[in-house]
Ligand binder design. Structure first.
Ligand code: SF4
Length: 356
């Protein structure tokens, strides 16, 4: 049987050669991305011939959900199986609850962030990460990345017009799969699909300096988050072996060239690990490092998993670190550890499912 192609891999204009006129492409995209219809046959505004032709060549189900866990805080972690049997994770994080005025009329919708995967496994080898343990299996295609957003929006009945934020912070190093990730950014941002502005899409990297430069040259308008986690090369290499290839100085130099919107900042993720990188001296070094960069620091308390050699610091230490950063004029937040009870650190649901 002929292998079907994933239609989510294509930008609307790439489909135009085949599905003429462009109007039909727009209709097709509305069915898939906006009405969440899941078979070509039900796309009643398309001619029968076209539906048949599409069904013989394409599919749009690159993954299926095989497990999920809902946290007490409302976040849901999904385990997806791809069509070749490999598995990835994605997380839906409700960030702000819907609001109503005094008459009970809704004035704002629930705000969601979707944390999605870019690779099956990862080769960056971070010592605190479960995904790193199995190495890299393969890159996800653009359509498999887009498919995670489609599945989560559809199954949570999040209407098309409710904007969501996307963070490429699930399994994998997004910049190690730059070609497909940048295409997914463009597909998700397209007005005929989800219209998720690149300013709502954050690419989080372990610091591949060369690819940060390439991403900057693409000028997609995405936000950038750097998983820094340490302020000197010795400690960073211990935590993140990728630092041997791209040391802190090379990352900082790539960041200084990265185009950012006037009102935006580069996000520095800093995973606080008990007695490893959470002391005053580390905060001081971090301030020095960020000198001259429009930066925001996001402190994350390490999410321990079974067998992990690192420990979670107490909140008091995180608050002291944050206070020091703020006194030095650096915006600094402490990320709520959403999903702590559902193993939301990357790779943990997949790992657990393989143990069962
Ligand atoms: S933390 Fe991210 S970059 Fe590092 S090994 Fe895990 S998935 Fe890869």
């Amino acid at each position: 049987m002929k292998k079907l192609i994933n239609i989510l891999d294509f930008l609307p204009e790439e489909l135009e050669n085949e599905i003429k006129p462009m109007f039909h492409v727009k209709q097709l995209c509305q069915w898939i991305y906006q009405k969440y219809v899941d078979d070509f046959d039900s796309m009643s505004s398309l001619s029968k011939d076209l539906r048949l032709k599409l069904g013989q060549k394409y599919h749009f189900s690159p993954l299926q959900c095989v497990n999920f866990l809902q946290s007490q805080d409302g976040s849901i972690k999904y385990l997806f199986e791809l069509n070749d049997g490999l598995r990835i994770e994605a997380v839906l994080l409700p960030m702000k609850k819907e609001k109503f005025d005094e008459k009970g009329k809704r004035i704002s919708h629930t705000k969601y962030t979707l944390c999605i995967s870019s690779q099956v496994g990862c080769r960056s080898g971070c010592s605190f990460c479960l995904t790193a343990k199995g190495g890299l299996k393969r890159n996800l295609s653009a359509g498999e990345i887009v498919g995670q957003v489609l599945w989560i929006k559809k199954h949570n009945k999040i209407p098309y017009e409710h904007r969501v934020n996307i963070v490429y912070m699930g399994m994998g190093e997004p910049l190690d799969n730059l070609k497909n990730v940048s295409k997914a950014v463009r597909i998700l941002a397209h007005n005929d699909t989800f219209a998720i502005s690149p300013r709502r899409q954050t690419i989080s990297t372990s610091g591949l300096a060369k690819q940060i430069k390439e991403l900057g040259q693409m000028n997609l308008g995405v936000l950038l988050a750097i998983s820094l986690h340490a302020v000197n090369d010795a400690l960073r290499t211990e935590l993140m072996p990728i630092n041997k290839a791209y040391n802190i100085a090379s990352i900082m130099s790539a960041i200084r060239e990265f185009p950012i919107n006037q009102r935006k900042r580069i996000m520095f993720e800093y995973l606080l690990i008990d007695n490893i990188n959470d002391k005053r001296e580390h905060a001081k070094e971090l301030v020095k490092l960020l000198n001259g960069i429009k930066a925001k620091v996001n402190l994350i308390l390490f999410n321990p998993y079974e067998g992990s050699i690192y420990k979670r610091p107490c909140m008091q230490k995180a608050l002291e670190f944050q206070k020091f950063m703020r006194e030095k004029g650096i915006t600094c937040t402490i990320r709520e550890s959403k999903g702590l009870d559902i193993l939301a650190a990357c790779g943990q649901l997949k790992q657990r499912s393989e143990e069962l």
